[in-house]
Design a binder for this molecule. Structure first.
Ligand code: MF3
Ligand code: CO
Length: 273
């Protein structure tokens, strides 16, 4: 959808500025991981995020985006993405994807963490592990890729190796990010027919696979936001924001720059700080 538009390549100083927003998002993730409890509502999680944003003097980039009413998106079980925080109560077996964003000095951050509640099934735990691994697989591919479509190709190739492979949601994709939350290029989660834009230093993208236990076929609820699986099977979303610069890649929304997540792939991120 963005292919005709220009990519915003960032200078190293602009990437450093984006890191500030990325670390606010990382702080929100930490607060959610520590604070989320069975019995809370999804709105309670939104309030936790709002508190962290306020502590940093940062704003949510989701709030008001095409009229979106939350600070974050909270998508539970069969909800894939864009769940609106509200009175849904988190149960002991739930899988809860928390997509969070922040804007600092005009630069946007965006990343999603999934929380698995204490009594969740092994199937659901495996879905979260697989989706997180799919994300790191795509990010690792960025370290050597020549074209952006290699990210999705790597994600699909990973999913193809799995027993009972999960579904890959194709309608929602990663994206460039910078002075706006959604920029070109699209970063799909499957092998695209056309590998797309060349990867050049200064590219900053969000890698955000969404996988499902059952069919990835989906529909949007009457609230015009919440995307759910049609078969009701659980879904999961993980996302990080990654800068490509002259000396390597740097995961801006991971406190360690992506070191732990990339280590199994033999990739060492190169922080610019
Ligand atoms: N991280 C989400 C995405 O890239 C951002 C959702 S913005 C919202 O799609 F306004 F839809 F919440
Ligand atoms: Co995103």
């Amino acid at each position: 959808m963005f292919s005709r538009e220009k990519i915003e390549y960032k200078s190293n100083d602009q990437i450093r500025a984006m890191r500030k927003a990325g670390l606010v998002v990382a702080d929100i993730h930490t607060a959610l991981k520590e604070g989320a409890r069975v019995g809370m509502t999804t709105k309670d999680l939104d309030d936790i995020a709002a508190g962290v944003l306020a502590d940093h003097g940062a704003k949510s980039n989701f709030l008001g985006y095409y009229g979106y009413p939350g600070n974050i998106c909270v998508s539970v079980n069969e909800e894939i993405v864009h769940g609106i925080p509200g009175d849904r109560v988190i149960g002991p077996e739930d899988i809860v994807s928390c997509d969070c964003g922040a804007v600092v000095d005009g630069w946007h951050g965006d990343a999603c963490v999934t929380l698995v509640m204490p009594e969740a099934s092994e199937e659901v735990r495996e879905l979260s592990r697989r989706t997180e691994t799919a994300m790191w697989t795509g990010i690792a591919a960025l370290a050597t890729a020549k074209r952006i479509g290699e990210v999705g190709a790597a994600i699909e190739a990973y999913v193809d190796t799995l027993d009972n492979p999960p579904g890959i949601v194709e309608e929602y994709v990663g994206h460039g990010i910078g002075s706006a939350m959604h920029q070109p290029p699209d970063v799909v989660n499957y092998r695209p027919a056309n590998l797309g834009a060349k990867i050049k230093p200064g590219l900053v993208v969000c890698v955000e696979p969404m996988l499902t236990v059952g069919s990835p076929a989906n529909t949007t609820l009457a609230d015009d936001w919440t995307v759910v699986t049609i078969d009701g099977s659980p879904a999961c979303h993980w996302e990080h924001e990654v800068a490509v610069h002259k000396r390597g890649i740097w995961v801006l929304t991971a406190p360690d720059g992506g070191a732990a997540g990339l280590a199994p792939f033999g990739v060492t991120p190169v922080p610019l700080d």
